[in-house]
Design a binder for this molecule. Sequence first.
Ligand code: HEM
Ligand SMILES: N=NC(=O)c1ccncc1
Length: 292
Amino acid sequence: ETKSKTAPAAKTEKKNIDYQKVYNDIAEMLDEDPEYDDGSYGPVLFRLAWHCSGTYDKETQTGGSNGATMRFKPEATHSANNGLAIARDLLEKIHQKYPEISYGDLWTLAGVCAVQELGGPTIPWRAGRQDALEASQCTPDGRLPDATKKEDHARDVFHRMGINDREIVALMGGHTLGRCHLDRSGFDGPWQEAPTFFSNEYYKALANRTWIKKNLESGQWQWVDKDNTVVMMLPIELSMYNDKGFKKYYDLYAKDQDVFFKDFAAAFKKLIELGVPFTGDEKVYEFKRTTE
Ligand code: HEM
Ligand SMILES: N=NC(=O)c1ccncc1
């Protein structure tokens, strides 16, 4: 697999981009349509940041957030990325206001903003991603995880990125936000009852709810809570929860939200920085929304 060609490594820092203003504008946009899903664009923006990063392969050093190759087919229209044009189109409005920012920096900053503004931990972020000039050869096929598979598939996908077992379980807590959509993935519903609040409820749901199988009109099946069938889990998620190597971390995060927040922030920073050619002298931001 060949790396996509990126623009000359123009140092993004020298473009004097006011990243605080970009952050504030993204934060402002999150709840601009109260009718969208559960009232926030945060979850779909956060999913974009993960999907544009989760294609990384540490052996071939291909994929990842550098390049923002989801702007091009086949990635843009791949079924694993169904629904993410909503996020890319929302951020295109921000990019028109700040055309100097790379798409990879914009998409990952939006993921950080979504988590932080929805109550999650502070995630250190730095600029340095360059826009690819053309599509990458690495499509999501086999790179992003398949919800219908089992825990060994999850390990294959994340270990390929260089993400270890504890980091995998921490990152799965990202499902505390948002929901599945039948018309995007064929699955349906949220993982917890407050899907626009970042918390450790995802782990508590796995530990405390009683799960039964539900067949879906898409032809897929998923787990639903016996007592509240709105709340769901994907097939792979109960397989992961019951895996001996993963279970101790699920139990830890269900008991201690502070440890989850600390581990999630570190793991998500690692994920969105996979494969990015940082020089090492980029400024590291820890954003708080400001009103300038
Ligand atoms: C085994 C790994 C994973 C699998 C199989 C998986 C699968 C899925 C599926 C099938 C959906 C539903 C998409 C839709 O119908 O809209 C989804 C949504 C989502 N995923 Fe994952 N995911 C995984 C890991 C992650 C990770 C690591 C994160 C972030 C750190 C993440 C964040 C999200 C978010 C925020 C949503 C909701 C998006 C929305 O509300 O529009 N997922 N995931
Ligand atoms: N978060 N992961 C996803 O949204 C997803 C991953 C793979 N295939 C479909 C959807």
